[in-house]
Design a protein around this ligand. Structure first.
Ligand SMILES: [Zn+2]
Ligand SMILES: [Zn+2]
Length: 437
């Protein structure tokens, strides 16, 4: 599926193409069974007809809901959202990015609990669309198995009449149509069955496709490092600790399933008319925070950092750490004062930068460290994916971009990326707090 959703043609024809595929398998098959006078055992029974058409109607309904339901959006009021010291920041939305959200380049926004952007529904599978997507897959698979059963009946009759003269058997067009339906039907069944199994897995384990990828990468790096933790030097000279962590959102099978469906009423899970979880308002509630299982030493450790990415960033821009307090003080200064303060900061930055470059050259020059820093020496030359480009890929050669994630917006924003507008917002809140004291 990688990269498929990038082609504009695919994006515009995907939904009509899926509708056409459903019509071919669901209605052309019935047309053949009813009107071919030569295909035994004749039209399906009234009971079979009712079941099959009910399944088809539900399938269309759940498909359209998967396509049309909004993947969710974060609405920010003036409130400041701080995430436990480590703020994830989306450069594209210019807003904080709550846990489990990713910026989708097709939906052009941060999507709550983004699973992947599905080219066949031209929509994100997310916190809000997941129940519809799961129901769509369930009813599609049921419909396809029913179609398989109806086709099998016709093949069985063919086998039964194998000793009859050929002119008494089905006509050539009927046989061609039967073969075409069987071929398209089996390819579709296989693809959608695999999709169903993967989706049920992510439902039961409460782990999105993207998080599955992150976990694979995390385990690969941890195994290669061969120890429980080590420090990596970040772009600002700050140490970032890499340590083995557990996936935190698996809070128990039933709780996982109820959370994803937005209700613990099991009867509603497969109702095609049931709703979906809604993103909370005012920076709180569903979609903003997620319950964790407490297996890690603290909350908010997911996603685990990618040491290679941090090192790459450090090599590219060894800039000094920003002094937020100084920037805020400057807002109240006269232009001359501000100029002077800027000069001073620039000088201090240059000094630190020179020191850091020297330090980095030292680290990069010696492949075998003293064991305290960057000790996963094997990946010092840079991680490369299966396609040869920098960065990690899973065993299918997939990168996060292949799930629709905007990789540029995905950089784990250490505080450096917080723009001045957010700082001003923070300051307003701080001042308000002071007045309240
Ligand atoms: Zn975003
Ligand atoms: Zn999307």
């Amino acid at each position: 599926m990688a990269g498929l959703s990038d082609a504009p043609l695919i994006r515009s024809i995907a939904v009509p193409a899926v509708c056409l595929l459903i019509a071919f398998l669901g209605y052309f098959s019935q047309f053949l069974f009813y009107f071919s006078t030569t295909l035994e055992p004749g039209p399906p029974s009234p009971r079979e007809t009712i079941i099959f058409n009910t399944l088809l109607a539900i399938l269309y309904l759940t498909y359209f809901r998967t396509v049309l339901v909004d993947p969710g959006r974060y609405v920010f009021t003036e409130q400041v959202i701080e995430v436990d010291g480590k703020l994830r920041w989306c450069k594209k939305c210019e807003a904080p990015k709550p846990p489990r959200a990713h910026h989708c380049r097709h939906c052009a926004r941060c999507v709550p609990k983004m699973d992947h952007h599905c080219p066949w529904t031209n929509n994100c599978v997310s916190m809000t669309t997941f129940p519809h997507f799961l129901r769509f897959l369930v009813y599609t698979n049921l419909s396809l198995w029913m179609l398989g059963y109806l086709l099998w009946q016709r093949y069985y009759s063919l086998w039964e009449s194998r000793n009859l003269p050929a002119y008494l058997g089905p006509s050539l067009p009927a046989l061609v149509a039967l073969a075409a339906l069987s071929l398209v039907g089996s390819v579709t069944s296989l693809a959608l069955f695999i999709m169903l199994v993967n989706t049920v897995k992510s439902w039961v384990f409460n782990q999105t496709m993207i998080e599955g990828w992150e976990q694979d990468r995390h385990e690969a790096i941890a195994d290669r490092g061969g120890r429980d933790w080590w420090d990596v030097t970040g772009p600002d000279g700050k140490k970032v600790r890499f340590e083995r962590i557990e996936f935190p959102y698996d809070i128990g099978i039933f709780a996982n399933m109820a959370q994803a469906m937005g209700t613990s009423n099991v009867l509603m899970w497969f109702s095609p008319l049931a709703g979906n979880p809604k993103v909370g308002k005012d920076g709180a509630g569903a979609g903003w925070t997620w319950e964790e299982n407490g297996f890690n030493r603290k909350e908010g450790m997911w996603p685990p950092p990618d040491p290679e990415k941090i090192r790459r960033a450090a090599r590219q821009q060894p800039t000094a750490r920003r002094d937020f307090a100084a920037e805020l003080r400057e807002l109240d200064m006269s232009p001359e004062e501000r100029k002077e303060a800027f000069k001073q900061r620039q000088e201090a930055d240059m000094k630190r930068k020179r020191m850091l470059v020297a330090e980095l050259e030292e680290v990069d020059g010696s492949d075998v460290g003293d064991g305290s820093d960057d000790s996963d020496g094997a990946v010092h030359d840079g991680d490369r994916g299966l396609d040869g480009a920098p960065g990690w890929t899973n065993t299918d050669g997939e990168r996060l971009e292949d799930y629709g994630v905007d990789d540029e917006a995905e950089e784990d924003a250490l505080d450096e990326d917080v723009p001045i507008a957010e700082l001003i917002r923070r300051r307003k809140v701080l001042q308000r707090d002071h007045r309240d004291d």
